[in-house]
Every structure is written in C-alpha cells, then in structure tokens.
Design a protein around this ligand. Structure first.
Ligand code: HEC
Ligand code: HEC
Length: 166
C-alpha cells in the first residue's frame, strides 16, 4: 500500500515542473483526498503508531496527500550519533533557544517522530524551534526562525534535527 502510493506520488512529480515557485513538499493539486483523513493527530511520548523516520512527513500528510491528518509541523528528532531519539520535546517559540513565548510544544514519540495538526500561522509567521531530550537534560535550537513546519525537508540525511552529545 505504502509503496504503491509512493510510486504514484513520484510519477506525478514531473507535472509540478510548470509551477513558477514549486514547493517541494506539496502534493499534486489533482490528488483527491478522502475528507475522512482530516483528523486531529498529535504525537505523544511513548506512541509508536508513526513511521517513515527521517522522511518528509508533509509529502503525504497534507491537503493533497494520502496521510491521515494535515500536519502543520512534523519531523524526526535524532541523537548526536544520528539514531532517532525517542520521547523528547519540540518547542516552537517566538525567540531562539527556549526564549520568547511558547507557541506550541510537541512531544516526540517512541520512534523519534513528532507531528501535530494544531493550527500554526506558517508560512506567514516564522517560529524558532528548540528541541529537548527525553530527560530534558540536553537541548538544541535553531538559531534563526523557520516559516515551514516540515522540518525534515531541510533536516535530511546527515543534517537531521538533532540533540547535542550528552
Ligand atoms: C509516502 C507517504 C507518507 C509519508 C512520507 C509519511 N506518511 Fe504517515 N501515513 C501515510 C499513510 C498512507 C498512512 C495511513 C496508512 C498507514 O498507516 O500506512 C499514514 C499513517 C501515519 C500515522 C498513523 C495514523 C493513525 O491514526 O493511525 C502516523 C502517526 C503517521 N503516519 C505519521 C507520519 C510521520 C511522523 C511521518 C514523517 C516522519 C510520516 N507519517 C510520513 C503516508 C505517509
Ligand atoms: C528551510 C529549511 C529549514 C527548516 C524547514 C527547518 N530548519 Fe532547522 N535548521 C536549518 C538550518 C540551515 C540550520 C543550521 C543553522 C546553523 O547551523 O547555523 C538549522 C538548525 C536547526 C537546529 C540546530 C541544529 C544543530 O545541530 O545545531 C535545530 C535543533 C533545528 N534546526 C530544528 C528544526 C525543527 C524542529 C524544524 C521544524 C519545526 C526545523 N528545524 C525546520 C534549516 C531548516
């Protein structure tokens, strides 16, 4: 099921080339999404229902995709050694490094993934991500704000969202 959807998405990708400013994580407008997929879905510590660690979740969990829930923010937290880091926390704030107002806190699940369908003002508003380990002892932050919640679009390969060394 997954593989065939993936193949479908890849086959449609060239059609997007005429778009003046193609957004890499948007699906094709022609994709017919089942309205029953528009559920609220928020990750929680200990949950293990997610999948696709490291992948761009919004490729599918979006208005023109097949994934349940339209994610406003989603990605994967990694440890310093690159392995997925379970049960941490991701904060979106109005200032860097845990400062400013907290706009949304998202618990990281048991697979290292985090996701939420909570409304966020992306891309009109940009927010500063700060991430914490499961025990809260380690944190890392993005020094400038992001106007996209699709963290894994930029944080791919060896550049995953990650915690510092213990
Ligand atoms: C290639 C498309 C695709 C990508 C990429 C993808 N998903 Fe999914 N996801 C799906 C589909 C389709 C389902 C429902 C069927 C299934 O579970 O396989 C699903 C199911 C889920 C579920 C379970 C929902 C439920 O109610 O049981 C969660 C949670 C989830 N995805 C999170 C994520 C996260 C987090 C990412 C990124 C790290 C991600 N997905 C990437 C397509 C995708
Ligand atoms: C548009 C691309 C982009 C998006 C989207 C993005 N980031 Fe970043 N992020 C970067 C870049 C580039 C850096 C490196 C900044 C530097 O090192 O000066 C970075 C740095 C970070 C760091 C610090 C990394 C380190 O090793 O020091 C964290 C943590 C982080 N981002 C988390 C997130 C989270 C969480 C999200 C999603 C809410 C996100 N980022 C979305 C581009 C992005």
């Amino acid at each position: 099921m997954h593989r065939s959807l993936l193949t479908f998405a890849l086959a449609l990708a060239p059609l997007a080339c005429g778009d003046p400013e193609p957004e890499p994580f948007l699906g094709d407008d022609e994709f017919v999404r089942d309205p029953a997929l528009d559920v609220e879905l928020v990750s929680a510590r200990g949950d293990d229902i997610s999948h696709a660690v490291g992948d761009n979740c919004m490729r599918c969990h979006q208005e023109n995709g097949p994934g349940p829930g339209r994610f406003t923010v989603a990605g994967t937290l990694h440890d310093a050694d690159g392995a997925p880091a379970p049960d941490g926390l991701v904060e979106l704030r109005t200032a860097p490094d845990g400062a400013g107002d907290l706009v949304l806190a998202i618990e990281v699940d048991a697979r290292g993934n985090f996701y939420s369908t909570e409304p966020l003002a992306f891309p009109d508003t940009a927010l500063f991500p700060t991430v914490y380990s499961g025990d809260g002892a380690r944190k890392n932050h993005m020094p400038f704000p992001t106007s996209s919640g699709a963290c894994n679009v930029c944080h791919a390969g060896g550049f995953g969202v990650r915690l510092p060394e213990a």
